[in-house]
Design a protein around this ligand. Sequence first.
Ligand code: ADP
Ligand code: ZN
Length: 587
Amino acid sequence: MNKIKNKYILIPAITAVLSLVFLIIVNSTFKESKNKQYTDFLKDTSRSSISTVYVTTSPKIQVKLKDGTIYTTDNPRTDNFKENLLKDGINVSEQTLTNPAEIASIAGFVISLIVLGIMFFKSTKIKSKGMFSATNLDVTAVEDIGFNFANVAGNEEAKDSVQDVVDFLKNPEKYSAYGARMPKGVILYGDPGTGKTLLAKAVAGEANVPFYAVSGSDFVQIYVGVGAGRIRSLFKKARSHGRAVIFIDEIDAIGKKRDNGRGGGSDEKDQTLNALLTEMSGFNETEGIIVIAATNRLDMLDEALLRPGRFDRHIEVTLPDVSAREKILKLHFKNKPIKNIDYSEWARKTTSFSGAKLENLANEAAIIACKDNAVFISNQYLDKAFSIMLAGYEKVDRDYIKEEDRKITAFHEAGHALISLKMLPNDKVSKVTIIPTTKGAGGYTLSIPEDTLYQNKEHLKKKIMVLLGGRAAEEIIFGASNVTTGAYNDLQRSTQIIANMITEYGMGESLGLLTMGKLRESGFTNQEAVFSECKKMISDLYEEVKDILIDGKDSLNAITTLLIDKETIYHEDLIHIIGVKNNNGVA
Ligand code: ADP
Ligand code: ZN
């Protein structure tokens, strides 16, 4: 884009020079136009063949005859010169006579200069982040991007989830013939470097349609309306192609939750977001355009984006587990000269590495081997690359590689999972993992709660018990003095539930059906009783949880062992361990 612009800049530059040259020529020929004696001029006057005389303060005056000829002669500078001419019926102008050719060349020069100025201004603006141009957002479609699902290792669920999108892009008419509505938008969410961009490219590649990639941050401008304009031009471009994948990275930059009123520049963001939503509802199902957006955090997005007919399919792209890491490593070493690399060992060592980090590891190892002039990339080079990468990372990142930490996390998560299975058998524990999240958790246990409108007191207590399961497991296995900070978030959440139960939901003794909020408004200050009731409730529940875990220590150990081995385990694995009798037949 910039290069083309630079070429165009030559056009006004050339016209400017040409008009300048022309001006000089015209001027000189004009200036050197005939000069007549004053006596000849007087003769012309008496012959009344003069049309106009141009009188200025300069030593020469210009004379235009009725036949069009122009000449100059001396300015007599007499007081009544003008009056005499007028009396003879000759026009007198007090300006110099200008040649139309001269005016034209001056105009040409000025216009070229203005155009040149605008172009120069614009091109520098484009360079400095393209501030002004609504239509000049530099998106060109990449056709035949040469990516397909083979380039994405692991992430099988995510690949499955976009398979029908690929189908649809290949053959949109087929879907519309069935009356099926394909999602217009797909959101890929998950930690950075997990392959969201890669997956979007693979969708375009598999379907063999052009791929338009932009980033949400490209749309955030200081000038209201620019972002919206860019959205419209992006969609126009894509639609002119027929089928296409539009990829918007960092969608949160335009689609972040609106925080009621506050926050500068939100007006601009709203406009951009609205433009996006309008464009998305503008194309119909048969057009074969899919918008794929990526974000690290789904919960940060504005609900308007997630509604049906917009980005209604949400696909998590997770950090790779041990077997996916092995596949990713293999993929990135595929075209490199390697020798004796133990992929499964490297997969185990690289807990919490994203696909991008693994790619980086493979690349570092190759660079080091190359510097060494080694024939092959061997384990030794991977070792070096690994240390370099770890040393470069923050302290947190280094810690969790430690075997001991993995063990603590595994027991902690196993504690949550086991209590959940025992106390809330109707909630499905879908996933337990000891792969740390970038949000700081050492691991997590994900359960799909039973669908209920209300939660009764008993149920809330059980939820608290599940939250306490992590800390309780730590205490039972490692002793009361070795418990960790890992339960921080669990404790915050359980405290919140207990406080709500006793002070807001009317489920406690000390306040009965009174609510704390209203009491405080009325000046109530004594909170001693409430405080001790909360404390007693959590202590009782905690003891109960510990008893359950001690009872089920075999299961706790079995879950932990499997977690350490596999890092991520699922519902089926848990059922397998604790036995079918604890599963009340909920799928
Ligand atoms: P994201 O968009 O989620 O931040 P990217 O798709 O940009 O991540 O991934 C960056 C790079 O990491 C990719 O170009 C690729 O080399 C590597 N990578 C990430 N995930 C995978 C994966 N599942 N399989 C193979 N390579 C991956
Ligand atoms: Zn926990």
